[in-house]
Design a protein around this ligand. Structure first.
Ligand SMILES: Nc1nc2c(ncn2[C@@H]2O[C@H](COP(=O)(O)OP(=O)(O)OP(=O)(O)O)[C@@H](O)[C@H]2O)c(=O)[nH]1
Ligand SMILES: [Mg+2]
Length: 675
């Protein structure tokens, strides 16, 4: 078997949370001789998950970059977080990978968790293989797991190796192409053994099945199979690598990351089958010829090194001392987890971190932007929010700066300065995502930040028309103050906002004072009788009087406020709560659960239909009060094995009455009184 490519390649390790990606990275690094002793996730000694936040939680919270070499081939492994809350980093990493190793558990019920990542891989035609991990502790038969996995994969899964069993336990495997057998050994490389007699007929069937899948995609192979000609091994290998390159098949491997079983085999197949970076570069729209080009897939603001931009080089060579996008980087580094090593240059296929490319962001092209380069995925839309503030008042400016850095690192995190309720709101993908962001602020920026549930931007309006008189008169020494007006305050249809009009005739309120009346009214509307901004209301100035010397803008503004303060409580004020249009996407087996979540949250189900392009998924549409959205994603995920998600937008304001409304108003009064 010869290597297809000597250019450095990139394999991303992806898959559901906790499937063993970081442990697999450790095993890959050991097998390739990059490290000499294996660390563990549990005791915080693994190469992956080096950040304090990841260590603290025993889970990956961002991508780990690790360079290795195997049989003279250069590799960079990208160990991606499995949690759906950190998928932005995973998607970014996949945008520079030549292949993805999808690590899964041998648990048929969990197969559904793969759907989102497989969708992303197929949408971007990224070649990928499956690695069924933890086989030593599998409860289910490999077949059952495979069937469940096939149900969520649009591409055919192709079992590349067959387990050899010793009783129930898997003790080795047969490679279905070379038809050679290996026996696992503890702490050592697997041993080549004679294909066991007992496995022979099963092996023949499995091999035939694999060949038939390949023949579906190749006429020559099909002819051979139909006429009972055994295809030469090289032809099978060629088919495998060609079909993988085009994302037409998904080869399946199995093993154990903790026991280092099946790792060498996985590496050998990657070495043989994974396409060259030249193929990936073309898939991304980078032309073959031209100056140096690359793309940034990860940005970190590290405490000591400053800003680091991890990039894949797609073409040409970049070197120390040169400029990139007009900037001279402070250095070039390769990484094995947190350990960085300075290098003088980097060429096609390599992954390097550039120091201090200040104006360059994740997703940016390094070099000339060519037409045809595929767009970077848009950031994941926000699903969960916290209102945040620095625990020390003097840290507030620092907080804004630190948040800007975090949102630059992770565009699925965003900050909103809410106008309505005056809060700084941090938006992200879920509770853990935001907690990790707060931990980063503490660990990296030495900022103590508190987060709490954000306020709902309630509004209020009125249901009755009232005419009111407002008179402001004061005599104090020289100039007095005099403003006198009559207004009609009237409700308006939903969505009309605020309107002001006048029906003044004969100059009873002189023209120059009318805008001041409007201003006084608007001032008042910032906080109505229930304590919230007032909307959907029309105020008409109908009459009044003035004084030639004592009247002023200020006096009419005050008169307007008086009229509003007197009149509004008589207009039958009513609370308005924001209603969102939400679309919940779930695998169809969870559709009724999604509907129950909606009804349990005062929502109104509008209907459901099959999710476009997602086999076996539904979308439930509904109206949902914004007050009920805050932990929607938390409940949805807990009921759908983490895969359910939703999109939302503000739709309308709706009158809210009864005990719920009374409670909102009471809480608002208490909050205002405490100010
Ligand atoms: N029995 C067994 N356990 C394993 C194996 N691989 C990993 N684990 C365990 O599974 C748990 C999760 O392992 P990780 O390597 O952190 O999994 P991960 O996929 O990186 O997790 P996230 O990055 O958080 O998605 C740990 O307790 C590992 O020790 C394996 O091959 N066999
Ligand atoms: Mg991990």
């Amino acid at each position: 078997m010869t290597s297809r490519s000597t250019l450095p390649r990139v394999a991303a390790l992806v898959g559901p949370y906790g499937s063993g990606k970081t442990t697999l990275l450790e095993s890959l690094l050991l097998t390739t001789g990059t490290i000499h002793r294996k660390g563990g996730v549990a005791d915080g000694s693994s190469v992956g998950d080096a950040s304090p936040e990841a260590r603290h939680r025993g889970m990956s919270t961002e991508v780990t970059v690790a360079a290795a070499s195997y049989l003279d081939d250069q590799w960079t492994f990208l160990d991606c977080p499995g949690s759906i809350e950190f998928q932005q980093d995973t998607y970014n990493a996949l945008m520079v990978a030549d292949t993805a190793v999808v690590v899964v558990e041998p648990e048929p019920a969990r197969a559904v968790m793969l759907a989102p990542i497989l969708k992303f891989l197929d949408q971007h035609a990224i070649p990928h293989v499956l690695f069924i991990n933890k086989v030593e502790s599998a409860q289910a038969r490999l077949r059952e797991t495979l069937e469940a996995l096939q149900a969520v994969s649009d591409r055919p899964l192709l079992l590349r190796e067959l387990p050899i069993r010793n009783g129930e336990a898997i003790s080795g495997f047969v490679d279905l192409v070379s038809e050679r057998a290996w026996q696992y050994r503890e702490g050592k490389r697997s041993e080549l053994i004679k294909l066991p007699e007992a496995t022979l007929s099963e092996e023949q069937t499995a091999r035939q099945e694999m060949l038939e899948h390949l023949a579906d995609l190749d006429d020559h192979l099909l002819e051979e199979l139909l006429s009972d000609v055994a295809p030469p091994t090289t032809e099978v290998y060629d088919n495998l690598s060609r079909d993988l390159e085009r994302d037409l098949i998904v080869p399946v491997f199995f093993g154990s990351a903790t026991l280092d079983h099946g790792i060498n085999r996985l590496l050998k197949c990657l070495r043989h089958d994974v396409p060259s970076p030249l193929v990936s570069a073309a898939r991304h729209g980078f032309a073959e010829e031209g100056g140096p080009a690359g793309r940034v897939f990860k940005t970190v603001h590290a405490a000591h090194t400053g800003k680091l931009s991890y990039a894949r080089i797609w073409r040409g060579e970049v070197g120390e001392g040169g400029t990139i996008n007009g900037i001279r980087p402070s250095g070039l580094f390769t990484a094995v987890g947190a350990s960085l090593q300075k290098v003088s240059k980097a060429g096609p296929g390599e992954v390097v971190a550039f120091g201090r490319l200040d104006t360059v962001n994740t997703g940016d092209v390094l070099g000339t932007v060519e037409t045809g380069i595929i767009p970077w995925p848009t950031p994941l839309p926000p699903l969960f929010s916290l209102s945040v503030h620095a625990e020390k008042k003097q840290d507030e400016v620092k907080l804004t700066g630190a948040l800007a850095k975090l949102t630059e690192e992770d565009p699925s995190l965003s900050v909103e300065q809410s106008q309505d309720v005056g809060e700084l709101v941090l938006w992200g993908q879920g509770e853990i995502h935001l907690q990790v962001a707060l931990e980063k602020l503490r660990n990296r920026f030495n900022l103590a930040v508190a987060g709490h549930r954000p306020q709902v931007p309630y509004k209020e309006t009125i249901r009755k028309t009232v005419s009111e008189h407002g008179r402001h008169k004061r005599q104090s020494g020289g100039h007095g103050q005099f403003g006198d007006i009559y207004v009609d305050i009237a409700p308006q249809p939903r969505g009309s906002g605020f309107q002001f009009a006048d029906t003044i005739v004969g100059g009873v309120v002189p023209k120059q004072y009318i805008p001041s009346v409007a201003e006084g009214v608007e001032d008042y509307l910032k906080r109505g009788p229930l304590g919230f901004p007032v909307v959907d209301i029309k105020v008409t100035l109908t009459s009044g009087s003035y004084h030639t010397v004592d009247s002023s803008d200020m006096a009419f503004k005050t008169a307007a406020r008086i009229a509003m303060t007197e009149g509004m409580p008589k207009c039958d004020p009513v609370l308005l709560e924001p209603i969102l249009a939400v679309e919940i996407a779930v695998p169809a087996e969870f559709t009724s659960k999604a509907q129950r979540i909606i009804s349990g949250r005062r929502g109104q189900i509008l209907g459901y239909e099959a999710k476009d392009g997602w086999k076996g998924w539904d979308v439930v549409s509904a109206f949902l009060p914004q007050a009920e959205m805050s932990d929607l994603i938390v409940e949805l995920r807990s009921l759908t094995m983490g895969v359910g998600t939703f999109s939302w937008r503000f739709d309308h304001l709706q009158e809210m009455t009864g005990r719920g409304a009374d409670k909102v108003v009471e809480e608002r009064r208490a909050a205002l009184a405490a100010q």
